[in-house]
Design a protein around this ligand. Sequence first.
Ligand SMILES: Nc1ncnc2c1ncn2[C@@H]1O[C@H](COP(=O)(O)OP(=O)(O)OP(=O)(O)O)[C@@H](O)[C@H]1O
Ligand SMILES: [Mg+2]
Length: 219
Amino acid sequence: MKLIKKGAEAELYLINWFGYKAIKKVRVSKNYRIQSLDNFLRNYRTLNEAKMLINVKRINIPVPTVFDVILEEFSIVMEFIDGKLLKDLIPQLDDEMLDEIFTNLGCIVGRLHENGFFHGDLTTSNVILVDKNIFLIDFGLGGVSQEIEAFGVDVHLMLRALESTHHEISQKCFEYFKNGYSSTFSKSKEVFSKVLEIRRRGRYVVERRVKATINSFCI
Ligand SMILES: Nc1ncnc2c1ncn2[C@@H]1O[C@H](COP(=O)(O)OP(=O)(O)OP(=O)(O)O)[C@@H](O)[C@H]1O
Ligand SMILES: [Mg+2]
């Protein structure tokens, strides 16, 4: 077993699964959480991620195939996607490629949402590209919803990831994303309004925090 990544909540190993190259994602214990809550979250997220991967694969969302779930060790064994993270590839892509990839990503996320699923942590770090083919990973926070809010949060997280890591091209990429998304999700307009609302809420919270800090200095 070769450790290839330590994520925020999991360790990822490259393994040989009966002749297939596979990833074993093990949710590790976090000692800042009380143990019963820690076990609950590791168990819940492991099962949830496996279920999400299996269910969204059925509607042809490109995700790794699940090979096994070993709940006693909070792990999932899944297909190894031999590609690059979208986050790392973006700086090397020309405008034509950005258009193709983000339009396609928007189509895929729109189809995910049209079927009632949300991702929960949709960022450019959770998208793997094999040439031009897109794969979504990291569904531990995903779920099923009929609320526009859940879909809005996904789109908001993608926009925020673009703005924070690829600021110069974020608007352009987001427009491409929106084009694809609108073509596959019937409620895309409602989602875009929700994204504006979520962003306003975020700014309001930041302003309140700044004011509170200033006030505390004035006391
Ligand atoms: N099926 C896979 N095939 C290839 N690489 C993978 C696969 N699953 C995960 N990875 C790699 O491991 C990294 C972390 O995986 P993942 O995002 O699922 O875990 P995480 O604990 O949520 O990590 P992070 O906090 O970085 O999001 C990914 O960014 C990717 O580089
Ligand atoms: Mg991740």
